[in-house]
Design a protein around this ligand. Structure first.
Ligand SMILES: *Cc1c(COP(=O)(O)O)cnc(C)c1O
Length: 234
């Protein structure tokens, strides 16, 4: 399957999953995770109307942004070290992976210097043992409290990386749990400080349909878009 066919296939799956749970497929942003692929392949996806791309390393992000001049939204989804913040901030429309107060502080500092406001998501580690980064769900409210007055940050929602498992019910429960936390914050923190929830970033190649059924509105899909000679399903 070509990139074009892959994207068509995934768009169909997004539509089917949306219809199954009574949602409008237009609510869901498909982010093409372009880490490790060439700018040529990014271009190919762009030709198929993909305008959101994600990278997980600051160096590769800079390279892609330089090589690819079209007006697209770049997302940062990898673990971000504080000393790399200044290389990332102005290039991206959303940082999905804020996982410490220190990191938020540095994003605030750099953004303030540049006189911009940076959109971020808080990465939550729902499944605990299986992924290294992200804050515990129990900590999210105290975390918000610590960063809610950072004026050069907008806290736009939550992100999680589900464990790599075939156990669909397990995945479903993780997504359900994150959606519940998201809804609670969205409701309780309306107009509080810099909190303005709009995005729930969950779902990757292997689990985006379940994530959509459970309320995700940003899915991050890499291998299913850019893989070449494999079978077309996921
Ligand atoms: C690589 C990556 C993805 C995409 O994963 P695929 O399984 O290739 O779709 C999504 N989110 C994050 C944070 C990633 O690092």
């Amino acid at each position: 399957m070509s990139i074009k066919e892959n994207i068509k296939f995934i768009n169909n799956k997004i539509e089917e999953a949306s219809i199954r749970c009574g949602r409008n497929p237009k609510e869901i942003t498909l982010i093409a995770v372009s880490k490790t692929v060439s700018s040529l392949e990014v271009k190919e996806a762009y030709t198929e109307n993909i305008i959101d791309f994600a990278e997980n390393k600051s160096k590769e992000l800079s390279k892609k942004v330089n090589e690819f001049s079209e007006d697209v939204n770049w997302h940062f989804i990898g673990h971000l070290q504080t000393n790399k913040v200044k290389e990332v901030v102005e290039k991206v429309s959303l940082i999905h992976s804020v996982d410490s107060v220190n990191l938020a502080k540095e994003i605030q500092r750099v953004s303030k210097n540049k006189n911009i406001v940076t959109n971020i998501l808080i990465q939550i580690n729902i499944s605990n043992e299986l992924t290294k980064f992200g804050i515990d769900k129990e900590e999210v409210f105290s975390f918000l409290k610590e960063i809610e007055n950072f004026e050069n940050i907008k806290v736009k929602g939550l992100m999680t990386i589900a464990p790599n498992t075939e156990n669909k019910e397990f995945l479903r429960n993780i997504f359900k749990e994150l959606k519940a936390i998201y809804d609670e914050i969205k409701l309780k923190y309306k107009n509080v400080g810099n909190i303005d929830f709009e995005y729930l970033s969950m779902g990757m190649s292997n689990d985006f349909e379940i994530a959509i059924e459970e309320g995700s509105n940003m899915i991050r899909v890499g291998s299913s878009i850019f893989k070449k000679n494999e079978e077309g399903d996921n």
